[in-house]
Design a protein around this ligand. Sequence first.
Ligand SMILES: [Zn+2]
Ligand SMILES: [Zn+2]
Length: 422
Amino acid sequence: MQTDEGPIRCPQCGQQVPRETQYVTWCDKCEWNVDPTGPTEQVPAWRQQLDHRLAATLYAELERGAIQRPGWDAARIAAYALSAGLLLLPLAGLLGGIAMLVFYRPLWLSALLSVIPLGLALTLRPRANCLPPDTRLVYRQQAPLLFALLDKIAAAVGTKPVSAVALDAAPNLYYTRVGWRFMPVVGIGLPLWAALRPQERVAVLAHELGHGKNGDTRHGWVVGSAMTILDELEETFSEQPLDEYRQELIYATEANTGPSVITRLVNATVGGAVRAVKWLLTRIDLRSGQRAEYLADRRAAEIAGSEETARALEKLVLSETSYRALERAVRFGSDVEPLQAVTRAIGQVPAREIDRRLRVSRLRDTRIDATHPPTNLRAKLIRTKPAASALVVLGTDESRAIDRELAGPAEAVLTELRSELR
Ligand SMILES: [Zn+2]
Ligand SMILES: [Zn+2]
């Protein structure tokens, strides 16, 4: 424990910096010790430079206002085209199998042979989105105030009203479309929800519904389905545990290693091609995905107000902290409700610590393969645009009333978390 509570001198530039006991002691002038743990994975310097440059060009593009119409940029069109090509594979399998059954005789042989293309079609078929099993669904009649708010935001954004809200214990909010009827669902992670102030809640919800308006979920489903096909193919054409087992069996019996060579050859060529396409699709899609995040932020600022949206984004650097606070409250119990404990813990984080984490986000998250652009750039972009005032406003009392509506299902989520942590 530190006994001296006074400030210390930064060992790098000599500036006086406050000594922290609960948080990291760092220098805001030269950024000494700003990121004491460092990034989890080491990226080579050239990759870092390239990623920084790509992040900077994307940011500059948006700051200039070069992108007016969301949804159709070159990266997105390329991702769609590539995915559509892949989605033809199961269709080709299905048509091939049917053609075989119709035109090929004798029937017993064609039935036998059609198993291959039909099996391919079945394995690679696109699937409807579904929600993780540990979510609690909340419907309109259970939470009229929450849905009234969501309807207001959806109308302002210009997207379909939400069918259900999915509650869970993750420090995250999301938007998705579920099932073959593509029902719009907003996912609310309780710890992050508890950490947000009323108008910040509006901002985050508007961001998520903005994804619905910009067609990001449709895009996500098409690319996701193509990715599933690539995953299946990769699994088929890569070294399997079974392959190794077979190999050992071959060695053990000293039999001919012929089939193994063929397997390896196919794995190397087809498997290699599959991996290359997957790499390409991931890269293109991430570029377009980061742009989509900026555009959803822009829409959120128009609806919830610029300043509140920027502040909500900055709060995202405390997502993990909110989850840990919830975990602590659930595990050890406290004098207040677990979610109130989260609100309190987040309220106690000093502005200086948030500033430090934002700087860390700039240092670490510029990677173009991160799903979201760096938080500090997202907030900065909102602040550089002319300030917008809020179209949808959520008062403190209204926000509390929404929490009361969610109390029942939230308790169920917390009970599940409690049993998981045990
Ligand atoms: Zn310093
Ligand atoms: Zn988003």
